[in-house]
Design a protein around this ligand. Structure first.
Ligand code: HEC
Length: 113
């Protein structure tokens, strides 16, 4: 194999590993923070298209936080502390990667776990 090919190969392996790491971090955050209320889990994620998740997750998840902060639904109350926290803004990028990965138009079928 030529050096060039090995170079290209290692770059693409590296890229896919880092991408998966981001998706994995986002998934952990989702399971920890969202599933207690959105029980359908990954199925819930697939009810929205990438474009829709993009709107929710723009500017470090500004819109998503807003929905939960302003919701009149009592069930949203328990999420307010989290959505106001630095943990949320810090992890919103990973969360977005995860939401995109399993969005309805991503072509990825949610796993049953
Ligand atoms: C404490 C409960 C709670 C937590 C935690 C929570 N949510 Fe929600 N979420 C709600 C409620 C209740 C609503 C409905 C708000 C309304 O319609 O007024 C909602 C609405 C939404 C909506 C918009 C409504 C829709 O179905 O189109 C999205 C998207 C959403 N949540 C995603 C998330 C994500 C992603 C997380 C984790 C980062 C999360 N939620 C964490 C309770 C929660």
């Amino acid at each position: 194999m030529s050096k060039f090919l090995i170079f290209i190969l290692s770059i693409s392996i590296f890229a896919s590993v880092t991408l998966n790491a981001a998706v994995y971090k986002g998934q952990k955050e989702f399971v920890k923070k969202c599933v207690k209320c959105h029980k359908a889990g990954q199925v819930f994620v697939s009810t929205k298209k990438k474009r829709e998740w993009n709107v929710f997750m723009k500017n470090k998840g500004e819109k998503l936080a807003e929905i939960h902060m302003e919701s009149k639904d009592e069930a949203a109350e328990a999420s307010r502390e989290y959505f106001q926290s630095r943990a949320f803004t810090k992890n919103s990028k990973h969360l977005k990667d995860f939401l995109f990965e399993y969005a309805g138009d991503s072509g990825n079928v949610p796993a049953c776990n």
